[in-house]
Design a protein around this ligand. Structure first.
Ligand SMILES: *[C@@H]1O[C@H](CO)[C@@H](O)[C@H](O)[C@H]1NC(C)=O
Ligand SMILES: *[C@@H]1O[C@H](CO)[C@@H](O)[C@H](O)[C@H]1NC(C)=O
Ligand SMILES: *[C@@H]1O[C@H](CO)[C@@H](O)[C@H](O)[C@H]1NC(C)=O
Ligand SMILES: *[C@@H]1O[C@H](CO)[C@@H](O)[C@H](O)[C@H]1NC(C)=O
Ligand SMILES: *[C@@H]1O[C@H](CO)[C@@H](O)[C@H](O)[C@H]1NC(C)=O
Ligand SMILES: *[C@@H]1O[C@H](CO)[C@@H](O)[C@H](O)[C@H]1NC(C)=O
Length: 274
């Protein structure tokens, strides 16, 4: 990895096209050859967003601002189509993600901290701005959305929009655990995800951001309903705050390659470059 020193202000000047969904892949290795190798974290790292961040490690995507303020990275939805997101340039092949964050308020505003691969394996923490009592977990295997039992919501005693909490994902090839402030809320075993075929198992990077699922002009009715109802942009802005991110790669590697990948999407077909 290389380092460029760019101020937060310079970072804001980088214009990127808006996409609403946070689920996106530029090159899907399951049906495309020659998808680029990925940098592996290969170790562990802590990022405190009270200081500066390195935009070559955390790439800013989509319309909307991310700024450093009051000891945190502040992701703001101010107008329609704002969906500011940062993605790690490094990937994990099984690993651990800890995010200390405060969700954005606002009906229809979705805050998320997820792991996602280029073939659309995904493990999620999500927060609905209009819901102060529940936090959401979800996962996807290769973008398969047919099974509606993947998501699971959990009741919490303090609103995720009021305070910072520690949301952790611990991901091995046997199971995925979701931890909230040191309590394990959920465990998913490999076999429980359609005998492993829908089990996330390809190198994933970290994607953290906020978007308006309740934007009625840009989303389908079902999305608006899922998000908790229409967003009233007259009430904007809404911000999600992220203090700390800790990541640990459970594989010791320099890069991951898709060279040997086939349609199975199996972790056994991921080439590990040491
Ligand atoms: C590859 O699969 C993805 C997901 O199913 C699809 O969106 C994309 O269009 C496909 N690309 C090609 C080149 O077939
Ligand atoms: C993180 O990596 C450092 C070395 O870079 C090591 O000393 C430390 O034990 C690691 N921590 C964890 C939790 O793996
Ligand atoms: C940022 O937070 C970390 C952890 O709380 C702390 O060690 C560090 O000194 C802080 N840096 C600044 C510039 O406040
Ligand atoms: C919050 O989410 C839970 C679980 O999905 C749901 O039962 C509850 O009705 C929601 N509350 C609001 C205000 O939407
Ligand atoms: C998606 O997963 C379900 C099981 O949850 C399975 O029945 C279905 O065939 C899968 N679809 C694809 C395209 O693999
Ligand atoms: C988050 O919680 C886990 C326990 O689930 C703990 O091990 C870890 O140190 C916490 N991380 C941060 C950054 O506070």
């Amino acid at each position: 990895m290389y380092c460029i020193a760019l101020s937060a202000a310079a970072l804001l000047a980088i214009l990127v096209p808006a996409t609403l969904a946070q689920t996106y892949t530029a090159c899907n290795p399951l049906n495309t050859t020659g998808c680029p190798n990925m940098d592996a974290l290969g170790a562990n790292a802590t990022f405190h967003f009270n200081e500066t961040w390195n935009p070559s490690i955390w790439e800013k995507h989509n319309q909307g601002t991310v700024r450093l303020d009051s000891g945190a990275a502040v992701f703001t939805v101010k107008r329609r189509k704002d969906s500011p997101e940062i993605r790690s340039s490094f990937y994990l092949l099984f690993g651990r993600l800890e995010v200390v964050m405060r969700a954005a308020p606002g009906q229809g505003i979705i805050s998320s901290a997820i792991l996602q691969s280029e073939c659309l394996d995904e493990i999620d923490w999500e927060f609905k701005g209009g819901n102060t009592t529940h936090i959401l977990t979800n996962y996807f295997g290769k973008g398969n959305q047919t099974d509606l039992t993947r998501g699971r919501d959990f009741a919490v005693t303090t609103a995720p929009q009021d305070d910072f909490h520690n949301y952790t994902i611990d991901w091995t090839k046997e199971r995925i655990q979701w931890w909230y402030d040191g309590n394990m809320m959920r465990e998913l075993n490999y076999a429980d995800a359609w005998e492993g075929k829908n089990y996330p198992q390809t190198p994933m990077n970290i994607r953290i951001g906020v978007w308006a699922g309740g934007d009625t002009e840009n989303n389908r009715e079902g999305t608006v309903e899922w998000a908790g109802g229409p967003t009233d942009f007259g009430q904007a802005p809404w911000s999600m705050l992220v203090k700390t991110v800790y990541a640990k790669d459970y594989t010791v590697a320099k890069e991951y390659s898709w060279e040997n990948m086939d349609a199975s999407g199996s972790f056994e077909k991921v080439k590990i470059i040491e």
